[in-house]
Design a binder for this molecule. Structure first.
Ligand SMILES: [Zn+2]
Ligand SMILES: [Zn+2]
Length: 276
């Protein structure tokens, strides 16, 4: 079966380089988003980033026929700007999609339903709200949500688990405050063959002018240590990289350490194929 994931964006919400900066570490990156696609797969967008228009043009347009509804479903992890701002492209000024299921936690659906320009996407029938209380069934593929601890000022955050023929395959966790408070992190990672994990910052003290408590994320050094045993025999991808993250530079010590420990550092356009 041809089922694959394409990383449409491997950057943090602001991409890299960010607006207002002259450069970022490593190659340019769009904001975090992935697509499920392939001959035998439904077309599913995970997170609708502010870079969606170019991500579609660069990585998906040549695969799909022209259509007002190129996606069978959209799954949103949470209500931070890099993960849902691109939903505006489903509206009448752009693709004007018809009844595409939008799968998200009910708190995030409530946020969108209460505020324009997102509210009109539902009232005009471009998107159909589907709460993550039950799995989203899309033929051989199903998607389910797992709550994870992350700044919840605009609603809850979920990770997505993609199963093929009922067997868990891929896990997408672009944002988490830390691994410790997520008790089942190790078990959930161990259940999947492919895991895309939050790697926003490389080290604790990467942004000297910002308080870590303002934007908590597990540093890559911690993630490598915690999941090193699990990186053997599965694909563990470090993604959602901030423009300052040294792991984004292939010649850095941290990048080498990650690769030597069996991790993959994400880049835009990276494809991962499903295998039985
Ligand atoms: Zn994010
Ligand atoms: Zn976030």
């Amino acid at each position: 079966m041809d089922i694959r994931l394409i990383i449409l964006g491997s950057g943090q919400d602001g991409g890299s380089p960010q607006v207002g900066t002259r450069g970022g570490v490593g190659p340019p990156r769009a904001a975090s988003s992935i697509a499920l696609t392939g001959e035998d797969a439904p077309r599913v967008l995970f997170d609708a980033s502010p870079d969606l228009r170019m991500q579609y043009a660069d990585h998906l347009a040549h695969r799909y026929p022209e259509s007002r509804s190129p996606f069978d479903a959209v799954c949103i992890t949470h209500g931070h700007m890099g993960h849902y701002a691109g939903l505006v492209h489903f509206g009448k000024e752009a693709m004007a999609s018809t009844s595409v299921p939008l799968y998200a936690d009910q708190t995030v659906l409530a946020l969108l339903n209460a505020n324009e320009p997102w509210k009109s996407l539902f009232t005009a029938g471009h998107l159909n709200a589907v709460a993550t209380d039950a799995p989203l069934e899309l033929g051989a593929v199903s998607v389910s949500a797992i709550r994870v601890p992350h700044r919840d000022e605009f609603g809850a955050t979920v990770a997505f688990s993609v199963a093929v023929n009922k067997r868990p395959w891929a896990l997408y966790v672009p944002d988490i405050d830390a691994w410790e408070p997520w008790d089942s992190a190790g078990d959930v990672v161990a259940m999947h063959r492919v895991c895309l994990l939050d790697a926003t910052f490389g080290t604790e003290d990467e942004l000297p002018d910002r308080e870590p408590s303002e934007m908590p994320h597990p540093p890559v050094t911690d993630t490598i240590e915690r999941f090193a045993d699990l990186a053997e025999g599965r694909t563990v991808v470090l993604t959602h990289l901030n423009h300052s993250n040294p792991v984004a530079d292939p010649s850095s010590e941290l990048h080498q350490r990650a690769v030597n420990a069996g991790f993959t550092v994400a880049h835009d356009g990276l494809e991962i194929a499903w295998a039985p």
